[in-house]
Design a protein around this ligand. Structure first.
Ligand SMILES: Nc1ncnc2c1ncn2[C@@H]1O[C@H](COP(=O)(O)OP(=O)(O)O)[C@@H](O)[C@H]1O
Ligand SMILES: [Mg+2]
Length: 310
């Protein structure tokens, strides 16, 4: 188990990470979800001992890895946000290079490279130079490099940002397979709620350097158990009607997207008893409504008053 205890990192005046507690056990997939600037990359850099904490501890099997980084280093693979590869080499040559500097034996390395090229779906492109790769292919190879030493724990920092949807779905599937087939524990960092929802057993939601919610998806969504989210569609947008929703005492988290509007209300409240009279008052035709299951996005909005992707 890797554990962060009261972890804090301050850069000059910025508290990037403040008193964070988290853990990951062997074989699980844990998500770290939060908007840009939440402190995700800093948390990862601390756990992988790339930077030193201002306060707090990182433990591996109950021993401090800040005092002794070697304890974890050969068990941990990190896929950073920035891609580090050699453009004038092929995928195989890149893996060969990074494997050699990690001092993996020749025979073993060849076997590892064959397995990895298959895991990241680059066997067919292995002769192509990396400089001709798409962003998604580079990302996949970057993940491959982190897998060379067969880490028991793999940390990925927003691995799907800025790549095509096909590569994105490939990466998500590959991570799931890696977890299922090799029991690799994964810390998956993202600001995409759907990815975390798809992949993770447990998650931490971060905002402004702090963990603001943690648990399974179900546990986190239960934060909203007393509310329901309602989406309504109007025949056409009305400023006055939107204003009436925004200022209504019983409605929260009101979001207006033209004629489509969403809000949260107390679970037991008959929201139509509020909406229908308002429609009448503003001479609005209600085209439809839908009560939606809460999403992690809704939880984030509820806890912070802001959307995840501001
Ligand atoms: N080396 C650094 N020096 C100064 N400020 C930093 C440094 N790294 C990160 N920060 C700041 O710390 C906060 C958290 O950043 P980061 O961990 O990169 O967030 P995330 O990965 O969630 O987007 C941000 O306000 C960022 O500007
Ligand atoms: Mg980051």
């Amino acid at each position: 188990m890797i554990e962060a205890v009261n972890l804090t990192k301050t850069f000059k005046n910025t508290k990037a990470v403040e008193n964070i507690n988290l853990y990951i056990e062997q074989g699980e997939i844990v998500g770290l979800l939060g908007p840009n600037g939440a402190g995700k990359s800093t948390t990862i850099a601390l756990i992988s001992t790339l930077i030193e904490p201002t306060a707090g501890e990182v433990l591996f099997q109950q021993q401090s890895i800040i005092d002794n980084p070697k304890l974890l280093r050969n068990k941990l693979g990190v896929v950073p946000q920035e891609i580090a590869l050699y453009g004038d080499l092929t995928a195989r040559e890149n893996l060969q290079f990074f494997g050699t500097i990690q001092k993996i034996g020749k025979g073993e390395l060849k076997e590892r490279i064959d397995t990895i090229l298959q895991q990241i779906g680059l066997e067919d492109d292995k002769k192509k130079l990396v400089k001709y790769y798409s962003g998604g292919m580079r990302r996949r190879l970057n993940i491959g490099v982190a897998l060379l030493h067969k880490p028991a724990y793999l940390i990925l920092d927003e691995p799907t940002v800025g790549i095509d949807p096909q590569s994105r779905s490939y990466i998500l599937q590959a991570i799931k397979r890696l977890n299922q087939e090799e029991n690799t524990a994964i810390i998956y960092t993202s600001h995409y709620m759907e990815e975390v929802e798809f992949l993770c057993d447990r998650l931490y939601i971060m905002d402004r350097g702090k963990i603001i919610a943690t648990g399974t998806k179900e546990e986190i969504k239960a934060i909203l158990a007393s509310e329901k989210t309602v989406e309504i569609k109007l025949q056409k947008h009305s400023k006055a009607f939107a204003e009436a929703l925004l200022t209504h005492a019983m409605l929260a988290n009101v979001q207006i997207a033209e004629a489509q509007m969403t809000f949260t209300v107390d679970k037991n409240l008959d929201f139509l008893a509020i909406i229908l009279p308002l429609c009448e008052l503003h001479q609005i035709v209600l085209k439809g409504f839908q009560v939606k299951e809460p999403t992690l996005e809704d939880v984030f909005l509820h806890l912070t008053g802001r959307a995840l992707r501001d």
